[in-house]
Every structure is written in C-alpha cells, then in structure tokens.
Design a protein around this ligand. Structure first.
Ligand SMILES: Cc1cc2nc3c(=O)[nH]c(=O)nc-3n(C[C@H](O)[C@H](O)[C@H](O)COP(=O)(O)O)c2cc1C
Length: 336
C-alpha cells in the first residue's frame, strides 16, 4: 500500500468495517526470498542471506508456477530502504482508515528469515550471526520505526515460532529466541502480539502437525517432561508481561474458550472459520453450528470462496416470531 489510489480504495473497506462496529488492521509483509523476479520487474528477490528456499513452488505469478530463486543478501542500504517502505505503507494504512498495522513476522517471510539462524547464516554485520540480538534487530527496528510513525498502540506483530510453512529450515531454538524477542517487544507498548499455535496447519491435521513439532523438539534434546511446555505458547505468555496476546491456529467453536479463561491468551484469532462463517461472532455467541470451508477456493482470485458463504440467520427475520430454528441465507455480494 503506497499510492493515493491504494488509500482511496481501502477507505471503502475500512469504512464498511467501522460501520458495522468492527476494527481492522492491515498486515504488512515483506516476502524476502519467497518473491520471484517475475513479480519484481526482473530484479532479484532480497533475503537475509543468499540461501534459496528449496523444494517450494511459488504461486500467483503472472506466468503461472515459478520455482524459487537465489535471493540477494540485503545490504545495509536495502535494509534502510525496507524500513522506510514499511513506514510509508503504515502511514498510508492509517490514512486509509485502518485502526492499526500488523507486521508479518512469521510464515517464512523476511523477518522470520532474519530471525532464523539457519537462514540468516552468512551475514557479518549487526543484522546477522548467531546472536539473537543481531537476528532480531531488523524486527525490532521496524517495530520502532513504524511505532514512531503511527503510534505504538496502532502497531502489532504476528510471529510463528514453530513454523514449517515456507520455512523448511524450522527454527532450531524457538523458545529461547522468541522469548528473548518478546521480552523486548513487551517494552514497546504495542496494540497486541499474535502468535501462531504450534498445531497451526493447513494441509495435515492439527494433531499430526503438533506431533511433528514435538518430534522436532525431541530431536533437539528437549526432555519428555518439558515437551508440553516447550511446544506451547506458555513461555511466550511469560515473556509478555504487559502486552495483549492473541493466538491463531485451528480454533473452532469450542476450543477457543479454555485458553482465554485460563489467561494464557487475551484473545483468539480465527482464519478459515472466518472465511466460511461470515457471521462467526454471532455463531459463537449463540452456539450455532459452524459451516465447513472449501479449501479449493483458498488463495484463488475473485470473490468466490471469500464473500459467498451464507450467514446463519434465524427464520422469519431475526427470530421475532420466537423460533430459533436456523436457516441459511446467502450473504450479499460486497459492493465496493
Ligand atoms: C485463504 C487464506 C489466506 C490467508 N492469508 C493470510 C495472510 O495474508 N497473512 C497471514 O498471516 N495469514 C494468512 N492466512 C493464515 C491464517 O491467518 C491462519 O493463520 C491460518 O489459516 C490458521 O488459522 P485457522 O486454523 O484459524 O485457519 C491465510 C489463510 C487462508 C486460508
């Protein structure tokens, strides 16, 4: 988001959300080594190092499926330019009416590439090396710069310490490194931090995914009696003493209550359930059944699979006749 046209277009959306009493944050990404030159006007993608993402096909390019490419290790100038881009995009987002911005610090994108010592493996400057203080420097500098521009209480970050998605290297010491990072972030007065669950997964089941994460923890020597702690958000909750903590990953109509009641989380984030249940909040409030999502329409262009799932409405207009028998009514296509 960088031009007046982008701001004008997004205003319609933020206004629609605010008209319904909602809040909306814009997520700010830099894809780093996940980008391909076909989408960058022929330029090389940038990365924490020149390490290429192996065995991962990229999608959504104008020329179809394109393999990943060797990135250019970012220079100090590239880093400064990137920070300036984030600041500019964040200011645009606020001008467009977003309530805040969330930096994408997970899912294998640029910030996670810097945080992971297996990917950030060759830099000799203050953004590289084995020390987490160096690998986390870009994330912290970005948060500081964006906070200075739009106010820390309008800034959030999403992280995925147990990530495999677009990151086959997986973090070798997620609890130590991300606890360190979160202790620093906790001093910044951010709007919230969002951490993906170790079980978060789109292809295999959440339980199979959790087992994989536990297996990886065993492999790096975590004793059996510490596994449940190490493969959980509890260490991160401990690191965040004063910051609101949200989490996402395989929450459904039932499992979202316990982590909030037990104070591990301040709020839960729904992804796929929100896609297939446009009135998700109402359904959870009323304990109505949730509709299943259709994976075939994820990550496809156009409105299908995004704005055409039905709401769960009460028969004869808001249940005024006393019946609570539900009927499904089609959601109106969003007019932008
Ligand atoms: C179609 C689709 C698009 C997504 N886009 C993003 C995105 O832009 N940024 C992001 O951080 N996560 C994105 N996600 C991941 C979700 O935010 C969420 O973390 C993931 O679906 C797991 O949570 P869930 O089990 O509640 O779905 C996307 C997921 C889907 C299905």
């Amino acid at each position: 988001m960088y031009s007046p046209e982008h701001i004008r277009a997004w205003k319609k959306i933020t206004e629609a959300v605010h008209a319904e009493g909602g809040y909306i944050f814009a997520q700010m990404w830099h894809t780093g080594r996940l980008a391909v030159s076909a989408c960058l006007g022929g330029r090389k993608p940038l990365g924490a190092s020149s390490l290429k993402l192996e065995n991962w096909k990229q999608r959504f390019t104008p020329v179809g499926y394109v393999p990943t490419e060797e990135p250019k290790e970012m220079t100090l100038e590239d880093i400064q330019d990137t920070i300036a881009d984030f600041v500019h995009a964040s200011k645009c987002a606020i001008e467009a009416g977003f309530d805040g911005v969330e930096l994408q610090g997970g899912n294998g994108y640029l910030l996670e590439q810097f945080l992971n010592p297996k990917v950030n493996n060759s830099r000799k400057d203050r953004y590289g090396g084995q020390r987490i203080a160096n690998r986390a420097r870009l994330t912290l500098e970005l948060l500081e710069a964006v906070s200075a521009a739009v106010g820390a209480d309008r800034v959030a970050i999403r992280i995925s310490p147990f990530n495999y998605f677009q990151m086959p290297e997986t973090h070798p010491d997620p609890v130590a490194d991300f606890s360190w990072l979160l202790e620093k972030i906790d001093q910044m007065g951010l709007a919230f931090v969002e951490i993906m669950q170790p079980r978060a997964e789109m292809i295999i089941s959440a339980s199979a995914r959790l087992e994989l994460v536990k297996e990886a923890a065993r492999a790096r020597g975590v004793p059996e009696d510490q596994l449940d702690w190490e493969v959980s958000l509890q260490p991160f909750r401990k690191a965040l003493k004063q910051t609101v903590l949200f989490s996402s990953g395989a929450f459904d109509g039932e499992n979202w209550i316990e982590p909030i009641e037990s104070n591990v989380l301040d709020g839960v984030v729904f992804g796929r359930q929100f896609i297939s249940n446009p009135d998700l909040v109402e359904r959870l409030r009323n304990n109505w059944k949730l509709s299943p999502w259709n994976m075939q329409t994820f990550y496809t262009p156009g409105p299908v699979g995004y704005v055409d799932y039905p709401t769960y409405s009460v028969k004869n207009g808001e249940g005024l006749n006393g019946t609570d028998e539900p009927v499904e009514v089609p959601l109106q296509t969003l007019k932008l």
